[in-house]
Design a protein around this ligand. Structure first.
Ligand SMILES: Cc1cc2nc3c(=O)[nH]c(=O)nc-3n(C[C@H](O)[C@H](O)[C@H](O)COP(=O)(O)O)c2cc1C
Length: 158
């Protein structure tokens, strides 16, 4: 599947008031995937998540479909270390950093996460991909590129 959805969620306040009470009905761990446009966004979000009855936070430093932030922090040792260490200061819960495969050497951002005090890394977000319409010779996606995953292939096979 090739997607260009971005991060179309309703925000942490809606999540707290609506999604979390629903999710608490199930006997399972709740790990919240969190993303921002700036380091300040990540820190503010982490402060709120720290007060909730959840089991952990997965920092999304790897979405290929947002213009600002997210992937911008996720491709280097320094970027991952900076945002992760700022979040680590305000978050007492287990912290996982979700990394992008769209780098030359994923061990560098992973080391940044480890050195900043993350409890684990999540591998991997989608690969950058492009699908071209052979008739128009233009990309199918308005964004030109999207995130390529196995998600739908697995579903359609079962
Ligand atoms: C429609 C769609 C939406 C996704 N949304 C998110 C997201 O909000 N946050 C995130 O960290 N990853 C997101 N992902 C990435 C998946 O969680 C997963 O990391 C990715 O698809 C690679 O795994 P796979 O090849 O097994 O599908 C999304 C993937 C798809 C296809």
């Amino acid at each position: 599947m090739l997607n260009a959805i971005g991060l179309q969620n309703p925000g942490v306040t809606y999540f707290m008031e609506n999604d979390l009470p629903y999710l608490k009905k199930f006997d399972t761990a709740i790990i919240v995937n969190a993303c921002g446009s700036t380091i300040e966004d990540y820190v503010e979000l982490a402060k709120v998540l720290n007060t909730l009855d959840i089991d952990g936070v997965e920092l999304n430093l790897s979405c290929p479909n947002v213009k600002m932030g997210c992937l911008a922090f996720g491709t280097t040792y320094e970027g991952v270390k900076e945002v992760t260490s700022q979040v680590r200061k305000v978050l007492d819960k287990p912290l996982i950093v979700k990394l992008t495969p769209n780098v030359t050497d994923i061990t560098m951002p992973a080391k940044g996460a480890q050195d900043a005090g993350a409890d684990g890394v999540s591998l991997i977000n989608t690969l950058l991909g492009m699908s071209i319409d052979i008739h128009t010779r233009r990309p199918h996606l308005a964004n030109n590129t999207g995130g390529l995953s196995r998600t739908m292939c697995e579903t359609s096979r079962s």
